[in-house]
Design a protein around this ligand. Structure first.
Ligand code: CO
Length: 134
């Protein structure tokens, strides 16, 4: 059911310094910071030949990554995102198998303008999983 790895998201306190490390130390191609107030994050996209890394910094009050950074002040891998051909069919199959979809289960428009859902980390080995319509 799952297809390509779309991105790995890394929560950071300071997205500018994280972007510098990815650009200058790791030699990657990085975007300018993109504020996404509707998602409570500022994002830098790191383009790799086979996938993307998303560096996420909290934006505004109640950011969905604030609690994560309180637990992991150095930052860390926040979620992985896999592509699926049909997000609703994927959701229905997962719910039928007992997986928990966060936020009520209806796909929402994610950071790339495509429908996404998030799956409970306890059902997937301690990893928050995002599924994105391919
Ligand atoms: Co994501």
């Amino acid at each position: 059911m799952i297809g390509r790895l779309n991105h790995v998201a890394i929560a950071v306190k300071d997205v500018d310094s994280a972007a510098r490390v990815y650009r200058d130390t790791l030699g990657a191609s990085v975007s300018d910071p993109l504020p996404q107030p509707e998602h409570g994050v500022t994002v830098v996209f790191v383009e790799l030949p086979n996938t993307k890394i998303e560096l996420l910094q909290p934006l505004g009050k109640g950011s969905p990554i604030s609690a994560f950074l309180e637990r992991s002040p150095d930052g860390g891998i926040h979620h992985v995102c896999y592509e699926v051909d049909d997000i609703r069919a994927a959701r229905d199959r997962l719910v039928q198998d007992g997986a928990r979809v966060l936020g009520g289960g209806e796909p929402k428009i994610g950071a790339h303008g495509k429908p996404v859902i998030f799956l409970h980390p306890k059902d997937f080995f301690g990893t928050l999983v995002e599924l994105e319509q391919a």
